[in-house]
Design a protein around this ligand. Structure first.
Ligand code: SAH
Length: 268
């Protein structure tokens, strides 16, 4: 089997192929079957830093693994270098897999890579993964869109600093409040304090928040608090990156449970 068998739009080019594969949030059991098939066929894998290395047990023993992430003390491999290396490998006829954490098209620069590869005449197959923003709250058995509390959900990046050219948090928070939308914030740890201040423009300070670090991994930890207590709780509970913040009434039940537990601890 080749990737083209996995590809709906069969490519007539004979010059190589890249599969852009979502590695899921961390737990290797959350990989899709299609992702496993692609990984097993790969001659070379370009791997981002939030990908659980255990996933590579599905790769051939002879496969080359190129780590291109920025954690572990190394500088992140420049995007242009990754793209050039993928194109070169594909043109040599290698089966190339680009492994990205979560879903490749949710804040993963997957779209940019598809454009660059297609511009070079390389066929691309995109394989969805479970995005961390979806997995984080599910891992606590809470629904992002429980119909008693939310009518929708917004995935938003916290990376662009509020108040600069980034997200219009004032508009987003008042829309979330009026339209009953759950906010799922990626990459928010570094700017948590700014995000908290900005969200308080449109959401009440008692709005529940869940913070989930290393979702679906054995090292997962979480904290729940109100929006007014967000920064203090993150510091006190040492919630570090990578973490997902979920803001909205769907987290109310978790917050109530946590408050009960604390009362019991104090009474004991
Ligand atoms: N494409 C990825 C997101 C990449 S952006 C996806 O779909 O999940 C990187 C951000 O994702 C991190 O800063 C963090 O907010 C989030 N993230 C990724 N994996 C995570 C995990 N296991 N637990 C919590 N957050 C995670």
């Amino acid at each position: 089997m080749t990737y083209t068998n996995l590809h709906h739009n069969r490519s007539h080019h004979n010059i190589g192929h890249v599969a852009l594969v979502g590695a899921g949030p961390g737990d290797p059991d959350l990989l899709t079957l299609k992702a496993v098939k692609c990984i097993a066929l790969a001659d070379v894998l370009f791997v981002d830093d939030l990908v659980n290395p255990d996933i590579l047990t599905h790769a051939k023993a002879s496969a080359r693994v190129v780590y291109v992430g920025k954690r572990g003390g190394c500088a992140s491999t420049p995007q242009q270098f990754i793209i050039k290396a993928m194109i070169a490998a594909a043109l040599q006829g290698e089966q190339v897999v680009r492994l990205k954490g979560g879903d490749p098209f949710i804040f993963g620069r997957g779209g940019e890579e598809v454009h660059a590869l297609q511009a070079a005449g390389i066929a691309v197959t995109a394989v969805n993964g479970i995005t961390s923003g979806l997995a984080a709250l599910s891992s606590l058995n809470v629904a992002l869109t429980h119909r008693d509390h939310a009518q929708g959900v917004v995935f938003v990046t916290g990376h662009a600093k509020p108040g600069t050219h980034g997200t219009d948090w004032a508009a987003l928070s008042s829309t979330a409040y009026q339209a009953k939308l759950t906010l799922v914030i990626y990459m928010g740890v570094a700017h948590a304090s700014d995000i908290q201040t900005a969200l308080l423009q449109g959401l009440p300070s008692h709005t529940p928040v869940a913070l989930i670090h290393n979702a679906t991994l054995p090292t997962q930890r979480h904290a729940v608090c109100t929006l007014g207590e967000l920064t203090r709780t993150m510091r006190a509970q040492r919630i570090a990156s990578p973490a997902i913040m979920v803001v909205g009434d769907v987290v109310q039940g978790l917050l109530a449970t946590e408050a009960n537990l604390q009362q019991q601890r104090q009474a004991a």
